[in-house]
Design a protein around this ligand. Structure first.
Ligand SMILES: N[C@@H](CCC(=O)N[C@@H](CS)C(=O)NCC(=O)O)C(=O)O
Length: 306
């Protein structure tokens, strides 16, 4: 143990100081909105309010996969919610997700708008609405839902546990890092053994179980998360590597990863998506180049505003 701080919890916990760490600014012990702010609404049936984190990417990959299958009803506007700025606490967002976390979605295709929150619920809703990526046969369906719910229950140990204490906490606490590294390696082994038996998690077909799991565990074994690939020795999970590579080559997965993404290569960042053509014309590199172009209206100075 290298943590020598001794903490004696008080009888009743109170919120007296920020907890420290990367997310201290937005963390608070109460729910509900902090400010009034309506959400924008675009022209498509589905309105997504999200950010390109693993939970957000699950939904944008699903929507791009549905569009690639020809489901025009899956057309969507993806609006950016900057959680670091506290936009998840605006009144409009809280009305769509009382839990104040991305992703959140409104289905405006029918007479009464339907809200859906929690990434697993959104995947299941879309799979049922379009009859895709969820097997109809009862045993394959049970397997798919089992892995979907496995992912929803497991990822908080990876993100909120391992990722938090390994990458974000203000001090490195050996006890916490050991506990969560052990659990994440166990989870990777669960996946590796399953993927030794079948091509995808639910069997031979690519389903919402893979779409939910890939952004978290696929990202981890490909070295995209927490700079932890070497620490967790992710190369040893050969079947997870094979599965992550296969899913990573899907064009819809590539597009889904770009939507609402605010980090990395500007040509891979599409902050908002309102049309399929946005992937060609509205990535951050293109927008930056456009704003540097001299205007075509000549160089005469604008008239002063009275
Ligand atoms: N179980 C939720 C988790 C969603 C979640 O944790 N979202 C994070 C980003 S990945 C978030 O919005 N955090 C903002 C906050 O905690 O205030 C889901 O799967 O949708």
């Amino acid at each position: 143990m290298n943590d020598t701080t001794v903490y004696t919890p008080p009888k009743v916990w109170t919120w007296v100081k920020p907890s420290g760490g990367q997310f201290a600014k937005i963390n608070r012990p109460i729910a509900g909105p902090t400010h009034d702010k309506e959400l924008p609404v675009g022209r498509h049936p589905l309105q997504l309010y999200s950010l390109g984190t693993p939970n957000g990417v699950k939904v944008t990959v699903m929507l791009e996969e549905l569009l690639a299958l020809g489901h025009a009803g899956a057309e969507y506007d993806a609006w950016l919610i900057r959680i670091g700025e506290g936009e998840q606490f605006g009144s409009g967002f809280v009305a769509v997700n009382p839990n104040s976390k991305i992703p959140a979605m409104m289905d405006r295709s029918g007479p009464t708008p339907i809200r859906v929150f929690e990434s697993g619920a959104i995947l299941l809703y879309l799979a049922e609405k379009f009859g895709a990526f969820l097997p109809a046969e009862i045993s394959a369906r049970a397997e798919c839902l089992s892995w979907l719910f496995w992912q929803m229950g497991s990822a908080p140990y990876l993100g909120g546990g391992f990722g938090h204490f390994f990458a974000y906490a203000p001090t490195k606490i050996e006890y916490a890092i050991d506990r969560y590294a052990m659990e994440v390696k166990r989870q990777l082994d669960v996946l590796d053994r399953r993927l030794a038996e079948t091509e995808y998690l639910a069997g031979g077909d690519y389903t919402i179980a893979d779409i939910a799991t890939w952004p978290w565990y696929g990202g981890l074994v490909k070295g995209w998360a927490y700079d932890a690939a070497e620490f967790l020795n992710v190369q040893e999970y050969k079947n997870v590597q094979r599965w992550a590579d296969a899913i990573g080559t899907r064009p819809a997965v590539h597009r889904g990863r770009m939507v609402n993404r605010t980090r990395g290569d500007p040509s891979e960042q599409l902050h908002e998506r309102h049309d399929a053509s946005d992937f060609q014309t509205k990535t951050q590199d293109k927008l930056a180049a456009e704003s540097e172009q001299p205007s075509s209206g000549g160089s005469a100075p604008a008239a002063p505003v009275p």
